[in-house]
Design a protein around this ligand. Structure first.
Ligand SMILES: Cc1ncc(COP(=O)(O)O)c(C=O)c1O
Length: 334
């Protein structure tokens, strides 16, 4: 086994997150051994899984002498809120380019970012156009800040770079330290950094674990290629063996649209809440659990299985009341 060359880390979370058995959910589904990896309890704001990439992105930014983090995302992005807090802990400024922020109601995540003192650059664009524009405007803002004598570090949406993905490679090692390698890990898939890092970390440890990633925002062919490229780039950075493509299965569960849960997703979230007290958001958690619970109850996922609870607590609470996803401008996104 090769020892990974981990990029610099700014400690943010309370790690390791717990790995807990889910006996009531298991009984409800009639399935084999089932565990929950509680990254919703990552211990940094309400950042969930995004705590992990930010530890290395900010560690790297500080090592480069950055004085301002420039990044962005959607109006209900956990990453955006988490980045604002992480920049504060690093002692640097934060600029956030947010699609739809000019046209949509403020969400708890955006309110949190603003309360933490981040400068929000709102884009009126929504859906795919908005999403694509964010990274372009992030790069433009970084160029403008550099011209003004600042030292910006530009990070794309979701923090899904090889350095950011290293956070989940470390998470894979953390998981394997907590017990025997599971047969399958299930997690939601957005910008891809979490899945890519997990694949890189599992390969580094020589584990045969399969990753079932539930795509919530992009067609599987497109996101699979992106994840595998990122996983290989992350392994290169760490100096560890390249992950195998056949360890990854991507399931398309964009459903009614980005941020919009179908009735079956809400039913899965209700089952998780009422059996194990897990709070799942519409955008990520409910969709991943819907696929996982369906497969587990159908006997299609041989155990032991780990369901990775990635967090999303701020929007999960908002979804219990009027839903951001009821907003027509958001439901247009694929
Ligand atoms: C709660 C939650 N789960 C899952 C994801 C998906 O992670 P990734 O973007 O690394 O694929 C995100 C992304 O923001 C998230 O906020």
């Amino acid at each position: 086994m090769t020892s990974p060359a981990i990029p610099p880390r700014l400690p943010l979370g309370v790690l390791p997150t717990p790995l807990v058995p889910a006996p009531r959910l298991r009984a409800a589904l009639g399935c084999g051994p089932l565990w929950i990896k509680r990254d919703d309890l990552a211990g940094f704001g309400v950042a969930g899984n995004k705590t992990r990439p930010l530890e290395h992105l900010l560690g790297d930014a500080l090592a480069r002498g950055a004085d301002v983090l420039v990044t962005g995302g959607g109006p209900d992005s956990n990453f955006v809120a988490a980045a604002a807090l992480a920049a504060r802990v690093a002692g640097i400024d934060c600029e956030l380019v947010v699609w739809g922020a000019g046209t949509l109601d403020p969400t708890p995540n955006l309110a949190l970012a603003a309360a933490a003192g981040a400068t929000v650059v709102p884009l009126d664009d929504v859906g795919v156009d908005g999403r694509e524009r964010v990274d372009v405007v992030v790069a433009e803002r970084a160029t403008a800040l550099r011209a003004a004598g600042r030292h910006p570090v530009a990070v794309p949406r979701g923090g899904s770079t090889p350095v950011g993905a290293a956070g989940f490679a470390v998470a894979a090692a953390e998981l394997l330290d907590q017990g025997p390698a599971p047969d399958t890990v299930v997690l939601p898939l957005g910008s891809g950094g979490s899945t890519a890092g997990l694949l890189a970390g599992l390969a580094a440890a020589g584990a045969g674990t399969r990753v079932l990633a539930v795509s919530v925002s992009r067609p599987p062919a497109e996101i699979t290629e992106k994840v595998l490229d990122l996983a290989r780039a992350c392994a290169d950075l760490l100096g560890t063996p390249a992950p195998r493509a056949d360890r990854l299965e991507v399931v398309d569960h964009r459903g009614p649209g980005f941020g919009v849960a179908a009735p079956g997703d809400r039913a899965a979230a209700a089952t998780a809440l009422r059996t194990e007290g897990l709070l799942l958001d519409d955008t990520y958690g409910a969709k991943a659990f819907a696929i996982a619970l369906d497969r587990l109850s159908g006997g299609d996922l041989p155990g032991p299985v780990v369901l990775w609870h990635t967090g999303g607590v701020a929007s999960a609470l908002a979804h219990l009341g009027p839903r951001p996803s009821d907003h027509p401008a958001l439901t247009g996104a694929p």
